[in-house]
Design a protein around this ligand. Structure first.
Ligand code: ADP
Ligand code: MG
Length: 704
């Protein structure tokens, strides 16, 4: 038995606070339990009634003679704690607390919530809520609707969790119209006990659940969420609407990574990394769920469009362009067979335009031919009903062929309103129906991405031999001194300890002995200004490159002094950095870390150099970062082709770049206290031996 069975598989339910008053929550919940024919006993509890709904009512949970598995609590907030204690003594295992007035109203409510949790923890009870709209277990053996939502949600294979009760009601209503069925529904409210992780885990191995859909405002524990959904999404699609953004925006963004790590980046990166189908609206979520539940997952990305109208098919092709889908090239045999069943004016190129006269027979035969072509993995059937042709018969035929071939057929019906309502009743096993071509294409994009995700190897986190102790002591020392930017020599030491390729360098005071500083280094050299406050050195004339000899080095200092003075930052200069030039020219990339208050460290990779904030061509990941993540990250930026080499240029050492990403992930994972880290640029060349990090900054936080 799973501990959540206390909530979802009760044999008896007490509704505490049940009433006969029309429109009250206590009545609606009781009604729903009866209306859905809950497969167990129901005990209304309310001292003011002798019976409710022709059912004997009890003055308290203690006075119920039978055992009670689950209590649904709708009494006023002030009474909840007492009721929960009573339930504990009665031996109730599960609680659904609908009542609001807890953590969401402020400190006083939070104290009350903590007191309730103290009781449930002590007695090993599990709780949904408080401040929620209830739960549904629509699986055949249970049929429990303990919500106050109107209507009867059909039984099906979608498990749905929502952090917002109001949205929950809206979704329940919308899916009822579409005939989409649930296995479970949970409105989790304040998540005082049961949250997204518990439900994911509960539904992972549940035989009734084919797909998990979630409306989330926050992740709870992002790292656990990643690990769990990575695993689960390999067998069951997870569709997430993520709203709300992290609080990272207020962070001072002195590093490139910090300023690029916008609010959305963290959740986006996390969801992408764990194979979750992220959608941006409730509507899109419903569409994607329809697509997954009503059709098989495609086994490739080659799309055939069959239509009776040109415009919507063009819309579909446009929407598919650049989204991982390919317009299939039909074989000559397929086209010839199509030609034989279609009028001369029809087009048998993909999109196959059967023109307006096409009816049920043409849809059935042409789709049959399309799906039989082994160049086609999935189809979109578009039907704009002309007069005289019965839409439902067309839908029936499309469904029949689609099912026969086991390939997905997403259908676009652009018809009068009443047909959409008739379909769930009259074509109960219908292929997924959408109203607009873009919706169907979007769904195809999601199911195709999911196919790719499932085929993608799991990947592993790599560990390199590094000198972590050295770095830990440097970072700790800086933290204990109040935090801030590491000195250039320490930055150099950190990079070396973790195997980053650096260039030889010396740091001297601004009036220091330049000739001596250059002694251990090989010309040509670079001279740079050092100073915490000088973020972009080249902007103020603080970088002079390609210095050939000692004489030029001395002259460079004078030039730099003058430029710094002119820019008004001479007083910010704390020293000079004399650095070897990276031998070979290459592509400049950026690698960095920023800390998100909720997600922890974010890793960034992108095209580097001076224009990184303008190009914003970067990719983010949260920890853990696997070799597959690093592989995808490098290929995930728009400019990736530049790294592959254009116009006869050689390809840079991409494998080494991936290794550097993994080394950085290891660094941030092993060393707490690194607030920001930027390597910009890392000069990457075709050969790992000549790749170099030539500029880096590391900021350490003071210990909390
Ligand atoms: P900042 O980013 O503060 O302006 P950098 O140290 O990144 O200063 O230098 C600016 C640019 O100069 C780099 O993007 C790179 O193109 C070039 N550069 C800097 N140091 C070296 C070096 N040691 N070898 C080759 N090129 C360098
Ligand atoms: Mg730089």
């Amino acid at each position: 038995m799973h501990s959540l069975d206390a909530i979802f598989k009760p044999r008896s339910i007490a509704v505490i606070g049940a009433t006969a008053r029309r429109g009250s929550i206590g009545r609606e919940i009781l009604n729903n339990l009866f209306a859905n024919e809950f497969n167990g006993k129901i005990f209304p509890v309310n001292p003011k009634y002798e019976y409710i709904h022709s059912t004997k009512a009890y003055p308290s949970v203690a006075s119920i003679p039978d055992p009670v598995d689950l209590a649904v609590i709708v009494v006023p907030a002030a009474q909840v704690l007492g009721v929960v204690e009573e339930c504990a003594h009665k031996g109730v295992r599960g609680l659904v607390v609908i009542t609001a007035g807890f953590r969401e109203i402020g400190p006083e409510g939070a104290r009350l919530e903590d007191a309730v949790i103290e009781v449930t923890t002590r007695h090993g009870m599990r709780m949904i809520g408080p401040n929620c709209m209830g739960v549904i277990d629509a699986t055949p053996g249970v049929r429990m609707n303990a919500t106050f939502s109107p209507g009867v949600p059909p039984s099906g294979t979608v498990a749905f969790m929502t952090q917002s009760g109001a949205l929950g009601v809206a979704i329940l209503l919308a899916v009822q119209k579409l005939g989409l069925g649930f296995s479970y529904f949970a409105s989790v409210g304040n998540k005082a006990d049961i949250g997204a992780m518990d439900l994911l885990e509960y539904w992972e191995n549940d035989p009734h659940t084919q797909l998990i859909a979630m409306y989330l405002e926050s992740f709870g524990d992002p790292r656990r969420f990643t690990e769990m959904s990575k695993r689960i999404s390999k067998t069951k699609p997870i569709v997430v609407v993520k709203s709300g953004t992290s609080a990272a925006g207020a962070r001072a963004a002195s590093s490139h990574t910090g300023s690029l790590a916008g609010l959305e980046m963290a959740s986006e990166a996390l969801l992408q990394q764990c194979g979750v189908n992220r959608v941006s609206s409730i509507e899109e979520m419903i569409h994607v769920v329809q697509g997954f539940v009503g059709a098989p997952i495609p086994s490739g990305n080659r799309l055939c469009i069959v239509t009776n109208a040109g415009g919507p098919a063009i819309m579909a092709v446009d929407a598919a362009d650049g989204h991982g889908l390919q317009v299939a090239a039909l074989s000559e045999k397929t086209r010839a067979a199509m030609r034989a069943v279609l009028p001369a004016e029809a087009s048998v190129e993909n999109p196959v335009d059967m023109i307006a006269g096409a009816g049920p027979d043409q849809y059935e035969r042409v789709l049959d031919l399309a799906l039989a072509d082994d160049q086609v993995d999935l189809a979109i059937a578009i039907f704009v009903p002309p007069l005289m042709i019965e839409p439902l018969e067309v839908i029936r035929r499309i469904t029949r062929v689609g099912r026969a071939h086991g390939k997905p057929v997403y259908t676009v019906l652009m018809a009068e309103e009443s047909y959409y309502e008739r379909i769930p009743r009259e074509v109960p096993d219908s292929v997924p129906i959408f109203r607009f071509p873009e919706d169907a294409v979007k769904v195809a994009e999601h199911t195709n991405n999911y196919r790719l995700w499932r085929a993608r190897p799991v990947g592993k986190v790599q560990t390199f031999a590094v000198d972590a102790a050295r770095v830990r002591s440097l970072v700790e020392a800086k933290g204990n001194a109040g935090g801030g930017y590491l000195a250039p020599a320490d930055v150099h030491a950190v990079l070396q300890a973790y195997g980053f390729p650096t260039v030889g360098q010396t740091v001297i005071p601004i009036d220091g002995d330049l000739a001596a500083s250059a002694r251990g280094l090989a010309f040509p050299l670079a001279l740079k200004v050092a100073g915490e406050k000088i973020v972009h050195k080249s902007d103020v004339g603080g970088v002079i490159l390609g210095i050939r000899d000692e004489k030029a080095l001395l002259a460079a200092r004078d030039t730099m002094r003058a430029s710094l003075a002119k820019a008004g930052v001479l007083s910010h200069a704390t020293g000079l950095l004399v650095q070897e030039m990276a031998g070979v020219s290459g592509k400049e990339v950026i690698l960095g870390i920023a800390q998100d208050p909720k997600f922890g460290p974010l890793l960034m990779f992108g095209m580097g150099g001076r224009y990184v904030e303008i190009l914003r061509d970067v990719a983010f990941r949260v920890l853990p970062v696997t070799d597959i993540d690093a592989h995808d990250m490098v290929r995930g930026i728009r400019s990736y082709p530049l790294l592959e080499g254009v116009r006869g240029e050689p390809r840079v050492d991409v494998a080494f770049l991936e290794e550097l990403i993994l080394r950085l992930a290891q660094l941030v994972d092993e060393i707490p206290g690194i607030e920001e880290l930027d390597m910009n640029p890392v000069i990457v060349t075709p050969d790992r031996a000549s790749c170099r990090v030539v500029d880096a900054r590391i900021r350490v936080s003071a210990p909390a």
